[in-house]
Design a binder for this molecule. Structure first.
Ligand SMILES: Nc1ncnc2c1ncn2[C@@H]1O[C@H](COP(=O)(O)OP(=O)(O)OP(=O)(O)O)[C@@H](O)[C@H]1O
Length: 246
């Protein structure tokens, strides 16, 4: 099963490589989690795969090299950015209509979009301006807009941020189903409980490089916390802080 593959990804800013020759793949039917400290490079990896940052390397979907900026790529990929990127002056309804029109979605998508809006409790917000909504509600709209064209590959940057408990459970189960239907999902997260429940493999990142890729069937939550702290050497920092005088 092919899915998403990333080969030799490098990102240079001001002459310094902030992503250094990273390679991994996310097969169909798998969820890979990018885990690592703040500033490790998780968002940069996702943004470069989306074509939002200049990079070198090869991105393939199902074995086919893709140009991240192309329409073909956008049709098969869904993206939830670190913070919702929406137009403040549109209503929720207009936002959905706008994205449907840009993506050329026809009436065959209507039931699925209605289902998504209902699942995240957005029906009642239809006439409200984006600017008037809470950050959690904007995040739900960002998730709906990433899913409405039923993409084969999902790139999610901290998708659970700001969500209430019900939405966390709904998104978690939705992603599980999505994975079981043979899609590939790459997700950056700091939430170890989510990683433990959802991820097929954990890609540990630090200083712009892959430290390790671990199949999560081998990991319990406690082990995952220990693994992330030890592999990134954050354990030394945590010990030093906690053993200091307060
Ligand atoms: N546009 C930019 N200009 C300069 N440096 C950048 C830029 N974007 C990212 N970086 C640097 O690249 C490194 C990786 O940042 P990135 O946002 O990818 O980390 P992250 O793992 O997603 O962190 P977090 O967990 O805090 O979200 C950081 O050192 C950051 O300062």
């Amino acid at each position: 099963m092919d899915g998403l593959s990333v080969d030799g990804l490098r990102v240079s800013i001001g002459g310094t490589y902030i992503i250094k020759d990273i390679s991994f793949n996310v097969k169909r039917g798998r969820i890979a989690c990018l885990l690592g400290p703040n500033g490790a490079g998780k968002t940069t990896i996702i943004k470069s795969i989306m074509g939002l940052m200049p990079f070198s390397g090869v991105i393939k979907i199902d074995g086919v090299p893709m140009d991240p900026g192309s329409n073909e790529f956008k049709k098969i990929v869904g993206y939830v950015p670190e913070s919702p990127l929406l137009f403040d002056s549109l209503t929720v309804e207009e936002t959905i209509q706008f994205i449907s029109s840009v993506r050329g979605l026809g009436s065959e998508h209507s039931d699925w979009i209605k289902w998504l809006l209902n699942a995240f409790g957005l029906d009642a917000q239809a006439r409200k301006l984006i600017s008037s909504l809470s950050i959690g509600t904007r995040q739900k709209i960002s998730i709906v807009t990433a899913l409405m064209h039923r993409p084969e590959v999902l790139l999610l940057d901290e998708p659970f941020n700001w969500l209430d408990i019900a939405s966390i459970v709904i998104l978690r189960e939705l992603l599980n189903k999505y994975k079981d239907n043979g899609r590939s999902i790459l997700m950056a997260t700091h939430m170890l409980d989510v990683a433990e429940r959802l991820c097929s493999e954990v890609i540990l990142i630090n200083n712009g490089a892959v430290l390790n890729i671990v199949d999560s069937s081998e990991l319990s939550k406690d082990k995952l916390e220990k693994l992330v702290l030890e592999e990134t050497e954050m354990d030394k920092y945590v010990k030093a802080v906690l053993s200091g005088n307060q």
